[in-house]
Design a binder for this molecule. Structure first.
Ligand SMILES: Cc1cc2nc3c(=O)[nH]c(=O)nc-3n(C[C@H](O)[C@H](O)[C@H](O)COP(=O)(O)O)c2cc1C
Length: 278
């Protein structure tokens, strides 16, 4: 028995077929010239909202999507090509932060933006674990350093070369308490998904990229922290402290804070390697 319903208000529908043409899955029936969905198929709809968003007359009624939650796209807010390119090219990792804390409502706002990221099958099941308490963050750094020390002393087995970055971070920590893992950031955010999610790690990466790209809009900066993510997944005392939901085996962390410095120039990257196939 289907629980989702997708119906067309025939008084509003102008039969332009836009919804039929963009819906990849279910809007295929047109019994009387109007788009329709078999009730048996409605549950295979991903609730992506493309049908609602494409309709110029607001004729689509979807049980999962309220038209009042779908404001029109405002032309005056669309950024131009140069703005888009500079915005994307000027994004940088931030590793030096002001000591100013990041308030919960600000982090909430950032996550509210990041949740518009796409996800496989529109599952939208990336969840967030946030730390923004200074003493807690100090504890997370100390535990991460414990992990590094263990990796170097117990796990390296003479493989000094591949552990060189670990050595540097630990030396800096031991000599002058320089935090090369969480970068003394006022907040750390961990995105995670349940283990049984399709495309789990990709969903996390895209959602964190949205968060990363949105941060400057709120005056914030981020840095992905693979080393901390490694520590979370390999060091039991840290894992316990982070306390992700038990089945969230996929996760990744970024640090967050108000950048202390501003970058003034764009930089170059490697030329893309492209194979044009014929
Ligand atoms: C998946 C991933 C993991 C990363 N892990 C770390 C890390 O553990 N520590 C760190 O300081 N930077 C880390 N970075 C930041 C990269 O070093 C940085 O993105 C890269 O050098 C390019 O610099 P930019 O981000 O300023 O353009 C990571 C970035 C990515 C995408």
């Amino acid at each position: 028995m289907s629980s989702k319903t997708i119906t067309v208000d025939k008084d509003k529908c102008n039969r332009d077929d836009l919804c039929v043409n963009i819906c990849p899955i279910i809007l295929k029936e047109k019994p009387d010239g109007y788009p329709a969905v078999k009730s048996t198929e409605a549950d295979s709809c991903m609730s992506c909202g493309q049908c609602v968003a494409i309709c110029p007359t607001g004729a689509l009624e979807h049980s999962d999507i309220s038209l009042s939650d779908c404001p029109p796209i405002e032309k005056k807010l669309i950024i131009n090509k140069e703005q888009a390119i500079q915005f994307l090219r000027s994004r940088r990792s931030i590793r030096t932060f002001k000591s100013k804390p990041v308030a919960q409502r600000v982090i909430q706002k950032l996550i509210e933006i990041a949740r518009y990221a796409p996800s496989g099958g529109n599952e939208q099941n990336v969840e967030w674990t946030v730390f923004n308490d200074k003493s807690k963050l100090e504890k997370l750094t100390a535990l991460s350093m414990d992990w590094l020390r263990y990796e170097i002393t117990e796990n390296a087995r003479g493989d000094v070369a591949s552990y060189a970055p670990h050595h540097d971070i630990l030396n800096d920590w031991d000599s002058d308490s320089r935090d090369g893992i969480l970068w003394n950031a006022p907040a750390v955010i961990i995105a995670s998904t349940p283990a049984d999610t399709h495309s789990a790690m990709v969903n996390i990466a895209i959602t964190l990229s949205y968060l990363d790209l949105s941060a400057p809009v709120l005056g914030l900066g981020t840095c992905w922290v693979g080393s901390f993510t490694d520590a979370i997944n390999k060091w039991e005392p840290l894992k316990e402290e982070i306390n992700l939901p038990r089945n969230h085996t996929y996760n990744y962390a970024v640090v967050l804070g108000y950048p202390k410095y501003k970058f003034l120039r764009l930089i170059e990257r490697k030329e893309p390697v492209i194979r044009w196939q014929t």
